[in-house]
Design a binder for this molecule. Structure first.
Ligand code: AMP
Length: 378
């Protein structure tokens, strides 16, 4: 399995990733980062929730840090365009947190707020400018921004740009940017107009894609239970006592969490096994074999350990903790309802996990039905 170290990212970035709690690259990061580090243009198909922001931000920061240059007055070395102010602010926040402790400067521009402060932030030039296209055009017309020193151009959620009528402004903006640059282009879908915009902007791009995940979620009956963190173990134990609970996969966010759940279940007389990164190969194989042959009905896993699991007949997936990468939710619940069978996914959500839940609901474009703990328990 590739690690962030294997990808060769600069030390300050690795430090920031450790602080952020990222242990392993997501699939889009694993695919895109090496190409971007090597200087190739990239055309990526990926939705929000896949970790795509870090997939472009990390290698760009790596390159900005490895060759320091002054962008010049009102200039920027990297220009990122996003369709909405929310997305633009999230992207700027990501760049800032991954670059924490380094001299990288990030500016943000979007409409609906006064221009002068945004313009002043550009006076001495920045490393990264994140913006929505309309507001950037305004600043270009005011001569508050100079795009003549751009080395990296990123277009995020290009299909959404099309919906909002941004294609003409984008073409105008790009006409100010040197042709000698690296361009990264991300979109969840590639309708014809977007494909031709990509063709106009990119040079011999490498194509990367992560499977659109939203459909998987449709086949699984889902519910979220709001529960205090301290009550999760008791709730799990009482759900598992239900007669209709067949082969059940329980996900926790950490290895330690997985072990604690197993201990708790065993103490209450419910046999369970765990697989995670701290278990030896032999232990993992034995746990998986016991789960497959039915001698253990409940398997507790972390996301990474679960990647290789291929077991049919899982009737329930329980998210003991919600994942912070929304896409992981879809992968988790995809472990049930395989090969046309039906399945159910129950997610525990405590007060600290509300933001994860919102991210998941945005990715699957649906609200999860809320269930009361009493209705799920035996
Ligand atoms: P994005 O698709 O860029 O909106 O990212 C979705 C979420 O995943 C964000 O909350 C990120 O902070 C988080 N994230 C991105 N990459 C990783 C990773 N390698 N490990 C853990 N979390 C990540």
């Amino acid at each position: 399995m590739t690690s962030f170290q294997d990808l060769g990212l600069a030390a300050p970035l690795l430090g920031a990733l450790t602080t952020a709690g990222y242990t392993t690259p997501t699939p889009i990061q694993e695919q895109a980062i090496p190409h971007i580090m090597a200087g190739h243009d990239v055309q990526g198909i990926a939705q929000t929730g896949t970790g795509k922001t870090a997939a472009f931000a990390l290698p760009i920061l790596h390159r900005l840090l490895s060759e320091r240059k002054h962008p010049g007055k009102k200039g920027t070395r990297c220009l990122v365009m996003a369709p909405t102010r929310e997305l633009a602010s999230q992207i700027a926040d990501s760049f800032r947190s991954y670059a924490a402790g380094s001299p990288i400067r990030v500016a943000l521009m979007f409409g609906g707020v006064p221009k002068p402060r945004q313009a002043r932030a550009m006076d001495n030039g920045v490393d990264v400018l994140v913006c929505t296209p309309g507001r950037l055009l305004d600043h270009l017309n005011d001569r508050a921004v100079n795009l003549g020193t751009v080395e990296f151009l990123v277009l995020d959620e290009a299909d959404h740009m099309l919906d909002l009528g941004f294609i003409v402004p984008i073409k105008k903006i790009v006409s100010y940017i040197p042709k000698e640059r690296q361009t990264l282009f991300f979109s969840a879908t590639m309708p014809k107009e977007i494909e031709s915009l990509a063709a106009a902007l990119l040079r011999s791009p490498v194509h990367v894609a992560v499977t659109p995940v939203a459909q998987t979620a449709d086949r699984v009956e889902q519910a979220v239970v709001f529960v205090e963190a301290a009550r999760k173990r008791a709730l799990l134990s009482s759900i598992l006592k239900r007669k209709d609970m067949g082969r059940t996969l329980v996900f926790t966010r950490t290895k330690h969490g997985a072990d604690k759940v197993v201990q708790h279940l065993e103490a209450s007389g419910q046999p369970a096994a765990a697989i995670h990164g701290n278990k030896s190969q032999g232990q993992r194989e034995r746990a998986l074999a016991a789960f497959k042959n039915g001698s253990v009905r409940v398997l507790i896993a972390t996301d990474i350990a679960a990647r290789g699991i291929d077991v049919d007949g899982v009737t329930h997936v329980i998210n003991f903790d919600l994942p912070n990468i929304p896409e992981s939710y879809v992968h988790r619940i995809g472990r049930t309802a395989r090969a046309g069978a039906s399945g159910m996914a129950i997610s525990f959500c405590d007060a600290t996990e509300r933001a994860h839940l919102r991210g998941i609901e945005k990715l699957i474009r649906a609200r999860l039905p809320v269930a009361e703990p009493e209705a799920l328990a035996a």
